[in-house]
Design a protein around this ligand. Sequence first.
Ligand code: FMN
Length: 180
Amino acid sequence: MGQNTLIVFETYYGSTKQAANRIAKILAEDFNHDVTVHNISKDQKHPEIENYDNIIIGSCIYNGSWASHAENLLNKSFDGKNVGLFVCSMFAGEKSLYRKAYVAYLETPLEKHPHVKPIAMEAFGGRVPNKEYPEQWAENVASKLPEFTTDNRTIDRVEIWAKELGAKLKDILVTETTTM
Ligand SMILES: Cc1cc2nc3c(=O)[nH]c(=O)nc-3n(C[C@H](O)[C@H](O)[C@H](O)COP(=O)(O)O)c2cc1C
């Protein structure tokens, strides 16, 4: 039987949803996982964590922070679960800003949640729909990008990460069953 995997994500403009769905497709098709994808932006009542082997949490980044529902999930207990985390943000989509984004949006928030020990985490690029972004974005984000852009999603990196994650989870399962 395949592993049970829950992917919960929060999105405002859809790029985190796209990444979540791509990860789900790869885990289901290439690694035979039974995957549930849940959009916590639309429905805060997410499936019970207890029912899954693997929990993957994805968040969009606004003004330097995770979206609140996704961030709240980090307070849950993940005992005995394999946890994966990802974020989508414009800075993470720029080579020169990627490392800073990884630290600011993954390593730093995790310091507040030391019980969460992800087996994998990654920061991907993002997108804001053309003409729909507020002034704040233009001032706080666009002005810091090396070049003006509204789309620097890195879906190829999402796919690579999903494949690495699938392989890692397969190894963990093999280790568990051979040491039982
Ligand atoms: C008001 C606003 C604030 C943002 N703040 C940040 C930020 O602090 N750092 C960053 O890297 N990207 C920032 N972004 C870009 C978003 O992270 C990016 O658009 C991401 O793809 C959003 O994910 P979503 O499409 O799932 O909502 C911001 C975008 C907006 C509109």
